[in-house]
Design a protein around this ligand. Sequence first.
Ligand code: AOF
Ligand code: ZN
Length: 371
Amino acid sequence: MKCLSHSYYMNMALELAKKASPLVLPNPRVGCVIVKNGTIIGKGYHQKYGEKHAEVLAIEDAIKNGNSLKNATMYVSLEPCCHFGKQPPCTEAIIKSGIKKVIIATRDPNPLVNGKGIQILKQHGIEVVEGVLQKEAESVNKEFFKYMKKGIPYIAIKVAQSIDGKIATPSNKRFLFNTDDENVFVHSLRQKYMATLVSVNTVISDNPILNVRYGEIIRQPIRVVIDTNLRIPLECNIVKTSDEYSTYIVCSENVNDTQKIKLLSQKGIKIIFAKQSEDGHLELSDVFSKLAQQKIISVLVEGGSMLNFSLLKKRIADYWYSLIFNVFIGGQNTKGVVGAEGFEEFFPKLVNPKVTIFKNSTIIEGDISYV
Ligand code: AOF
Ligand code: ZN
């Protein structure tokens, strides 16, 4: 009998989890492998929101191939659920199957599960080992973990800049150097994150659609516009296409233009009200907790330099993408990537950098660190 280590099989479960497409959103990506007498008898990963979980698919896979699960060992990258959501509890399926041992990478941070799945399995005489490749498993679902633990979405910022850090021309015109490489890249990001967010200034100046048009189209993002005073023009592309793509506008709870609210709502746009701070801007922590209440677990911010600064200053931005085009723009007062007053003493940092080189641009991405 082959006897490979727990981390060997857990690594397979994690590789399966990574195959999950953004169609699982807002669920986590979960992979599962079932082993008996050193042989893999079943495999599965969660494929689509609302559909079967990884464990059930792996159990079905094993049965389909004529295997008995009696005394088998299950490796799963997230603690099995024990609640009725869109799907019945995985713990029930595991208990019924005859599996005798479950190896788990990490607990499910969802308060409906968090440790209770493990407890139920143990109560039914199943041996449970947890914490195998825990860090790796948490990083596969870093968006889901942040959302569950902090009650706000995971926030990634994307900027398009010149080599000298400018995001517009000296006369404040947006520059458009995107070729296919950059378009496919940006549109893949719009699918990876649950929502794409811009400020109303971007809507007014660029009139974007914010949908996915390049590369393989798997899902369309929810579009979110931050619009304190509900200035969004009714004839803009976002409003015009609101019957095709989910659209949210976040405005101040002080907005009382009932006519405009009604008009936008009739077009299928969801209006969310957030607190306004004394400086006149929306309180970003409230904006994002309201978005989390809508089950938005991750957001790609394609906003301007002021918003970028605020997200860094509030220490709520998690990831950064710079699309650096091979051009110089210059100009003493030309807008840079991060605006407002900037940082004088404490500087957020980009860590674990990754670089992708295209013909006309280089992409630098990485985690944002505040320590
Ligand atoms: C698992 N295996 O493959 C996944 C889990 O609405 P439901 O029934 O799909 O439940 C969604 C919740 O279940 C989700 O928030 C997370 O806590 C857990 N996801 N659990 O045992 C899986 N995707
Ligand atoms: Zn489950």
